[in-house]
Design a protein around this ligand. Structure first.
Ligand code: ZN
Length: 461
């Protein structure tokens, strides 16, 4: 039997290997423009808790909800209740309307750990559907004392008589002239960077046109307003781990194009579970493709570098999981390019494969892909892992539908999916499949990867 090694593969390995920060010429003018903007695009702070998610893909409503699991029971119960209630009311709302396109609910979060005693969580969301002139903004905040595990209200932290002083600051700053109940103005608050931050949700105290506003007290003002932290003195400052260097050489893989191959792909990460998935690949062999979200990357730099370093492929899954077919084309460009710039900034890899959130794409978006030099990749096997959240179900789904040239959709956001991979990866290898990256699959099975095209699988040889 004739055995041919896929030479093109070497090129993709070289691409991974060669894109260190020392070679700025690999970032074209387009990329460098976005690199300069990425810092200010959307800062996400995850200082506490493990990321959890709820994903809905209904006919009337699509929803992506990210929230932290903090391990502080009262806090986790309150967060989950808010999430459940919000999803339920979005379902009721969207079901009652005649919608051309499904409504969209997106919730993301920031989590903070401050003064060694307070954990704060800020949930920020939007709900949009075609009947609304503007998306509805949502903000909710929760804080807890780490020692007692009790939820905190702002009055638990404010020194006596300081509430009016804090409220006056906001009234003066924003020119608030609406009536409000005592305490309402300070209802949404977090402690961030040892500063008290107040969030006024769009339309709550100010005209809708003003949008959602935040006011951050300086650290000095915060110290004057709040009681001292009991834990502050007793705990040493957090030590920052030194960052490892940018990968310089990815692992080499040989692929036999005469043998069956398929691509396992993982969306919505990197997450707290991704490192374990990389361990599983390391143990059994094979490579995967990770379609990452730009707004998670600051918190998962080491994981992202490891993905590249160990010869897996990084794909682009947008900045904040917006459905591309629901937003302006300029916004789609931002979603793709900001993420591309961020990936390049962290790993030195210029990643040009894009999986649009929910797989939603159209001619206009494909034309944009051609213009900016990216290729779209959906899937041929949907594991529905986000729905079943059951390792056994994911395993069965993959084994049932696996075939040469297939692209399999999974989400490394879920623990259960990574659990499933403990069985899936050795089983597929045992059946004779080579687990390759998407670019390896497309090159080995189809030849040159076409920019602007949408791929689902690649079986022609
Ligand atoms: Zn996704």
């Amino acid at each position: 039997m004739k055995k041919t090694l896929c030479i093109l593969l070497v090129i993709s390995i070289l691409l991974l290997a060669g894109c260190s920060k020392a070679e700025p010429e690999t970032a074209d003018a387009l990329l460098s423009d976005y690199l300069s903007r990425v810092e200010s695009f959307e800062g996400v702070i995850h200082q506490y808790g493990e990321e959890e998610s709820r994903v809905l893909f209904g006919e009337k409503l699509v929803a992506t909800v990210l929230f932290p699991e903090t391990g502080i029971e009262e806090l986790d119960i309150a967060i989950k209740k808010y999430i459940d209630d919000t999803i339920a009311s979005a379902q009721v709302d969207s079901a009652s309307k005649e919608l051309q396109e499904s409504a969209e609910l997106l919730i993301a979060y920031n989590s903070y750990f401050n003064r060694n005693d307070v954990v704060s969580v800020e949930l920020k969301g939007t709900y949009s559907d075609s009947t609304l002139a503007h998306p509805i903004d949502m903000t909710e905040t929760f804080s807890a004392d780490i020692e007692s595990g009790k939820l905190l209200k702002i009055d638990d932290l404010l020194k006596k008589g300081k509430r009016e002083e804090a409220e006056k600051k906001l009234i003066d700053e924003f020119g608030i002239d609406r009536e409000f109940n005592p305490g309402d103005l300070l209802r949404c608050w977090v402690l961030a960077e040892d500063s008290l931050k107040i969030i006024l949700t769009r339309g709550e105290f100010l005209p809708m046109s003003d949008g959602t506003k935040t006011y951050t007290f300086t650290q000095k003002e915060t110290k004057e307003l709040l009681q001292d932290s009991k834990a502050d003195e007793s705990v040493a400052a957090n030590q920052n781990k030194e960052e490892t260097t940018v990968p310089v050489e990815a692992e080499k893989v040989n692929i036999d194009i005469n043998k069956p191959m398929l691509a396992l792909t993982f969306d919505d990460g990197p997450s707290a579970h991704t490192q374990r998935l990389l361990d599983i690949f390391k143990k059994y062999g094979g490579k995967g493709t990770f379609f990452v979200l730009g707004n998670t990357l600051d918190n998962r730099k080491e994981t992202l570098k490891r993905i590249a370093f160990e010869g897996h492929e990084i794909g682009n899954h947008s900045w904040s999981h917006r459905q591309f077919t629901n937003i302006d084309i300029d916004e789609v460009k931002d979603q793709i390019m900001m993420t591309r710039a961020k990936i390049y900034d962290i790993t030195g890899v210029d990643c040009t494969i894009v999986r649009p959130p929910y797989g939603a794409c159209n001619d206009e978006i494909r034309a944009l892909g051609k213009e900016i030099g990216v290729t779209f990749v959906n899937w041929s096997v949907d594991t529905l892992d986000w729905k079943t959240k059951n390792a056994d179900a994911v395993y069965k789904e993959i084994i049932k539908d696996a075939g040469d040239g297939h692209i399999i959709l999974c989400h490394d956001l879920h623990k259960t999916t990574v659990d499933a991979m403990e069985k899936v990866i050795p089983a597929l290898i045992g059946e004779g499949y080579q687990l390759v990256t998407v670019s390896e699959l497309l090159t080995c099975r189809g030849g040159e990867i076409e920019v602007g095209r949408m791929y689902y699988k690649q079986v022609e040889g």
